[in-house]
Structure formats: C-alpha cells, structure tokens
Design a binder for this molecule. Sequence first.
Ligand SMILES: *Cc1c(COP(=O)(O)O)cnc(C)c1O
Length: 448
Amino acid sequence: METRINLPQSEIPSAWYNALPDLPTPLAPPLDPQTQQVLTPDKLSPIFADALIEQEMSPERFIAIPDEVRDIYALFRPTPLVRAKRLEEAIGSKCRIYYKNESVSPSGSHKTNTSVPQVFYNKKQGVKRLSTETGAGQWGTALSFACSMFGMKCTVYMVKVSFEQKPYRKILINSYGGEIFASPSTQTAAGRAMLEKDPDCRGSLGLAISEAVEDAATHDDTRYTLGSVLNHVLLHQTVVGLETEKQLKLIGEKPDYLVGCVGGGSNFGGLVLPFLPRKLNGENITFVAAEPRACPSLTRGSYRYDYGDMARLTPLMKMHTLGHGFMPAPIHAGGLRYHGDAPIVCNLMAEGLIDARAYYQRDCFDAAMLFLRTEGFLPAPETSHAIKCAIEVAKQAKPGSCVVFLYSGHGMLDLASYDAYMRGELTNYELPQDQIDQALMLCPDIKG
Ligand SMILES: *Cc1c(COP(=O)(O)O)cnc(C)c1O
C-alpha cells in the first residue's frame, strides 16, 4: 500500500478548471452595491486587476496557468495525497481515508494557490501595491509571500481578535516585507468610524474587507485582493482537485466522499469543483462541507443577495449569508468566521449537490488531537473541521468507501489555541437564532 502518493513536477496542472459553464443553473450575477443593477466589469477595475475580473466572468472551461505562476507553484506543488492509515485504525474505520496536504506551501495553507496568480496578474498590469484583509492571518501571509516573490508592496488589515490571538502572524508578514494593521485601524474612514462607535471593537472579516477595499479605491497604484469567496479564487484553487484526481487515478481509487472545511468556500471549492462534471454525469460522489456552529452560513444562513463586507462597499452577491453586519464569536478557527460563502458553492448547495454539516470547536479540536497523535501533523483550527467531518463520514459510510479530505493548513502558528484547548478553556458557541434573524434584517430586499 502506498502511504504518500506523490506526482512529479511535470504533473502540476497546466490549466485551472472553471466551473461556471458547467453549473446546472447559471450563477446569479453580482449587483452594484449602490444601484442594485447587474454589475458591469468597469465598476470593478479600480479595485481588481483586469485579468482577474475577466476570469471572474469567464465562460471558458479551462484557463491556462502562466509559466511564471507554475514556476512558483513548483516550489511546493504537486502536494502529496496521503493515506491516513493510522487514523483509520484509531477510529476502527472500514473506509479508506486520504488527505490532500496543502499545508506544505511556504505560507502553510492552500491560500498560496491563489495569492501567486493574483500578484502575478497585478504586477503584469503595473500595479505597485496590494491591499487585503486577513482573518486568522493565513491569507495575509500567503499574499505577503507572493508579493515578495514578485517584488510588490503589500498592506494587510488583520481582524483585531486574531491579531491579538496570533501575534506570530504579524512577524511572519513583516518578514516577507508586508505591512500589517489590526482592524479596525485608524488608516481608513471605515476603521475610524467603527472605533468611534466602539473603541473596544474586536473586528470582523466584513469590516477588515471594508478597510482594504477603501485603501485600494483611494490609491491609484493600489489594487485589492481577496483570498476566498470570488469565482477567480475558486478557479485558482482547482489545482488542488485536479491533482487529487490524478493521484487517485494513479492508485486505482475512486472517491466516494470529498470533504473540506468552509470559511468562504475556496479550499472546499478547489477540491470538489474538478469532480463536478463526473458528479453531474451520474457518478456517485458526495461533496461534504464542514463549518463551525458559531458561524453556520451554509447550514443556517439565508440564501439571498447580501454585501460582502460591513461597510457595503463590495458588490452584492447571492449567497448563504448570516448578514453582513454579523459579528461572530471569537472562535479559534478565524478563517471560518465569514458571514457569507462563495456564490459558486452556494449555487451548488441550493441545487442539492452539497451536503453541509456544522460542528462545535471543542469536537473539532478533539479530532485534531487524534489526527496529530496518529498522523503526526498539527492541523490549523480551520482544518480541524474537515478532520472532524471526515471521521464522522468514514464512521457512517458504507464499509469500503473512499473518503478524501482537504488538509487546508498547518497549525504551527495556532499553538495558543491548542494551549487553550488543553487547559480546558475552549468554549462551544452555537449561534442563537435571534442573532441570525437580527443580522438578516439588515440585508437588502432583492428578489432573485
Ligand atoms: C482561510 C482558510 C480556510 C477557510 O477559507 P476557505 O476560503 O473556505 O478555504 C480554511 N483553512 C485554512 C488553513 C485557511 O487558511
């Protein structure tokens, strides 16, 4: 039995897979936040690089990966697919469990798959500086890594609660040459307005996005980048699923379950989307999304148009949302605290093509500890949701099933969370219904 299925460098995909033309129902178009009319690409150009706007709406099924991007992918790709034999034994599983290990990238998570092309296209267009937000810090790290590869400047707004929980992220981002501010910051009008209202505000991803978008919109040489949610981000992440498909084929496996955690939906989308054509062709592959009970957008959110950020600067997107004003509890999986989800993932969810499950953070840390003590690697708190879910799926599935989950990142900079877990200080949050109802009241009332 092969434990680690490695591919040679020549097997790094030469094109990303674009799911847009294969969706069973067309994606609801993004709307202009002011007029609520269908958004035209020119509205996005002060914020995003042109090539990325084009990819966001592309009808092409495959989009070539530029050589410059593949060269940097080659520093860590193809990533290994690993059979978690010792985990299987520990849970008495009759199923085979594999994990696709995206934690081997320089920044320690899958986010490098999209930060590299995003920086590349911006650089090519002559942009000098990129701004972004980061939740747990992985996206900020991935972007500052990519900026250092291409010689670009990088400004990161990091949600304050995570900034304080994870001080080493700041050091790492600074080491790559990026600058970083705790959000809400005094750098932007959105940040200053929040600080005036609530000087002790711990921040949210929605607010940090407002700050980063404002920074880009008010500086000519600066563009904004987003580490999840958008179509072009999921597009770039499909290298994960495309490689996984080749690796499974190499050992004669056919996946029955594909499992990933969902914050904005990019690692999950990257794993499952390349398998969508096979699923639509009748192959029995179940896509399972795992999210926190403290931020249950897929399982309890409303499927409707909402803003991507708190200050209502981003386009309106149709998604499963908890409301753009939602302030999540300070759970340790900072990357899973977003109020919405990728429109592509939500479209498939609404079509009944995705099964979503929500978990308490302590149960996820239990699963992470079991993984650590059997397979040896320390997972990110976000990733622990995928592990918890994969274990549950393997226990419930027909014996002999093949379960593949995406190991989205390592937890070496999240040790404070493990410390809190081992001291018994982790709290299980479940979002109360009245909080969801209240946040949803602020969503715009748009049919469609
Ligand atoms: C950002 C992040 C996530 C969640 O984001 P998605 O866009 O849903 O993938 C999950 N795991 C890790 C390690 C992350 O850094």
